[in-house]
Design a protein around this ligand. Structure first.
Ligand SMILES: [Zn+2]
Length: 495
């Protein structure tokens, strides 16, 4: 199939000499060629994907119809339960009302610029509230949708952001109240009211979500969908836009869940970084993560930081968010990092991140839609030149109406070479929170395989002994081995 693809897009004309081997020259491809190329390219995985924002409006609306929900025709949102009234219509109205159907898709996405006179930022963040009810009981459906779409883009690892027991943990935090900044007392008080009992509930919910996804994809059956082959891990979403005792309770539950369940691998903090509560408590939030994770040593964290521009934050705020995520919280990865060049001693911070191997999850379409930062104004190229590891991701593919391949094609359009794209794909596994030793001795550069696997990467099977043992013992090495095999096949077809 891949060989047919290569000849089909006439790739022979788009090859340049790169060392001993020809490498695809994405700069010479037509837009159509680039689209097909980025789709077929193995992209390793996706590290920044909010499950609830990943679903296209049409799918959410179909679920709303199936589940008998209502549409508020004034706010263009979905509301349960359905009691038709003045502004409420059964969601099934969209089956025949084309104008309402189109307006709902506009409402759930950023496809209609200036819709209802909103900025991209407000349209984007408001969309979650408008479609939330449609996906509330469909986590397994969302997971199946996302992983199957990834697999059909030749990509087999996902770190999905999901909020476990969000309401219940915030209620516990509210019950305890704020202890004036004594984080040890805060933690003990949460434990005293039974916060950690929610871990078992969250694990059971994860089981239900995964069972539903597997059943929808017919995993194990002869006609199983491609998504069954995707390895999934979860990041705990916690909300910044909340009173501090509630955010802290969410983080504390997340740390306990990650310790108890191998599927949950790291913390995240979400909600608009420019929300008044996010701004007020930013430094406090970083101290919370530091305290609860022992500066990232006991629990890993990937944090949204620097998803800001001067349109949404003051120069004072733009100086320190990424620096504190790295230096105070001990974050291993940064989501977005758009304002990094504006931070105090930006060059020093970038050099520190390059040295420590702190990756930036780059979301080009999201940053364009929400912040209005795109093209040469985006720091993606600046980060690459400074050796900061980067990996491309979608953020919220459904609202943005994109997919991961779209972001790879967009990156190429904006100057990334095939080598950059391949590094992004490899980074998506090397800098994932999968456990175990990696297949590469130099993650980010990929010149030197781990000693045990020297001269074996890209082969069908590892030799018995050192390399096979490494892969058997390491989730990360196993995913890397699979990805390298796909890359070797993909690239061999071009020669
Ligand atoms: Zn995000």
């Amino acid at each position: 199939m891949i060989r047919r693809f290569w000849t089909g897009v006439g790739l022979a004309v788009a090859l340049v000499a790169s060392g001993a081997q020809a490498a695809p020259d994405v700069a010479k491809m037509t837009s159509g060629e680039l689209t097909a190329f980025s789709r077929a390219m193995p992209k390793g995985g996706e590290l920044h994907n909010h499950l609830s924002g990943a679903i296209f409006a049409e799918t959410l609306l179909a679920w709303a119809v199936e589940d008998g929900l209502c549409i508020n025709v004034k706010t263009l949102s979905v509301t349960p339960p359905c009691q038709p009234g003045e502004d409420l219509k059964p969601a099934s109205a969209i089956r025949t009302d084309e104008v309402l159907y189109a307006a709902m898709i506009d409402s759930f996405s950023v496809r209609h610029a200036g819709f209802r006179d909103r900025s991209g930022h407000d349209q984007f963040f408001g969309a979650f509230g408008r479609f939330g009810a449609a996906g509330a009981r469909r986590e397994g459906d969302m997971l199946a949708n996302v992983v199957d779409n990834l697999a059909r883009q030749n990509t087999f690892y996902l770190e999905a952001m999901v909020t476990p027991q969000g309401v219940a943990s915030r209620v516990k935090g509210a019950q305890v109240g704020w202890k004036g900044g004594d984080l040890a007392a805060q933690k003990a008080a949460n434990t005293a009211v039974g916060l950690e009992a929610l871990v078992a509930v969250a694990m059971a919910e994860t089981d239900v979500m995964e069972a539903r996804a597997r059943s929808l994809m017919r995993c194990g059956a002869p006609d199983a969908m491609p998504g069954c082959q995707v390895t999934v891990r979860y990041l705990v979403q916690t909300s910044r836009a909340a009173p501090p005792e509630q955010t802290f309770a969410q983080l504390q539950l997340g740390v306990a869940l990650i310790a108890a369940d191998k599927r949950w691998v790291g913390l995240q903090m979400v909600a608009p970084e420019d929300h008044p509560l996010s701004i007020t408590h930013y430094s406090l939030h970083m101290r919370m993560v530091d305290f609860l994770t022992d500066h990232g040593r006991t629990t890993k964290a990937a944090l949204h930081a620097g998803e800001l521009s001067m349109a949404y934050a003051t120069p004072e705020e733009l100086r320190y968010h990424i620096a504190e995520a790295v230096r105070v919280a001990g974050a291993r990865r940064i989501g977005h990092g758009v304002d990094l060049p504006l931070e105090t001693d930006a060059e020093g911070l970038a050099a520190e991140m390059a040295a420590k191997g702190i990756l930036v999850e780059v979301n080009l379409s999201s940053n364009d839609a929400i912040l209005g930062v795109s093209g040469q104004a985006h720091p993606y190229a600046w980060l690459r030149r400074r050796g900061v590891p980067v990996s491309l991701s979608t953020d919220d593919a459904g609202i943005l109406r994109i997919d991961l391949s779209h972001e790879y094609a967009r990156a190429a359009d904006e100057g990334a070479t095939y080598a950059d794209l391949r590094t992004s794909a490899r980074n998506a596994i090397a800098f994932s929170f999968l456990t175990g030793e990696g297949l590469w001795a130099d993650p980010g550069a990929y010149r030197h395989p781990a000693k045990a696997c020297a001269r074996q990467i890209g082969k069908a099977e590892p030799k018995p002994g050192g390399c096979a043992d490494l892969i058997a013992a390491s989730d990360k090495a196993r995913e890397q081995w699979r990805h390298e095999r796909l890359l070797a096949t993909f690239e061999a077809a071009a020669r």
